[in-house]
Design a protein around this ligand. Structure first.
Ligand code: MG
Length: 167
């Protein structure tokens, strides 16, 4: 049994914050604002994975009013979601993401992001796609107010059953 989920996330730019994407810290004159480390790529992937198994969304699992997740490393959130997925007999087949950002230049970091995510998702790098583009100067993302990420994830049941459980 194969299922697919979609995820989306956005974060505003903010001074004095780190710019972390896909678990990789990227040199940038501006960071991302958020309750956790604001890793929009991991957050979108988490929503795609949870969506694939109809298990709600990231906010239900990791509340942004919970001090536990203040400045949290989003890799830990994804690791937690992967533990739940695997406990429910699901494995990741592939993920694909598009990051929309006017800056910083992301191309030099794509491979590192794919490697970082593959390790967290327990798959090969070839099963992880990350793409980056600008918004051609249009709208809030195009005006460099922040970034947006879309992601899809496809998972396969290792038990052969199309059964999801409450996480
Ligand atoms: Mg987020």
């Amino acid at each position: 049994m194969i299922r697919t989920g979609i995820g989306y996330d956005s974060h505003r730019f903010a001074e004095g914050r780190r710019f972390v994407l896909g678990g990789v810290e990227i040199p940038s004159d501006v960071g991302l604002l958020g309750h956790s480390d604001a890793d929009a790529l991991i957050h979108a992937l988490i929503d795609a994975l949870l969506g694939a198994v109809a298990a709600g969304d990231i906010g239900q699992h990791f509340s942004d009013s919970d001090p536990t997740w203040k400045d949290a490393d989003s890799r830990k959130l994804l690791a937690s979601v992967m533990s739940e997925l695997e406990a429910g007999h699901w494995r990741v087949m592939n993920v694909d993401a598009t990051v929309v950002a006017e800056r910083p230049k992301l191309a030099p970091y794509i491979v590192r992001m794919r490697e970082s995510l593959a390790a967290l998702l327990h798959v090969e790098v070839s099963q992880v796609s990350v793409k980056a583009k600008t918004n051609e100067g249009m709208d809030a993302v195009g005006h460099s107010e922040g970034i947006a990420v879309w992601a899809v994830a496809t998972v396969e049941s290792t038990s052969g059953e199309n059964v999801t459980k409450d996480f």
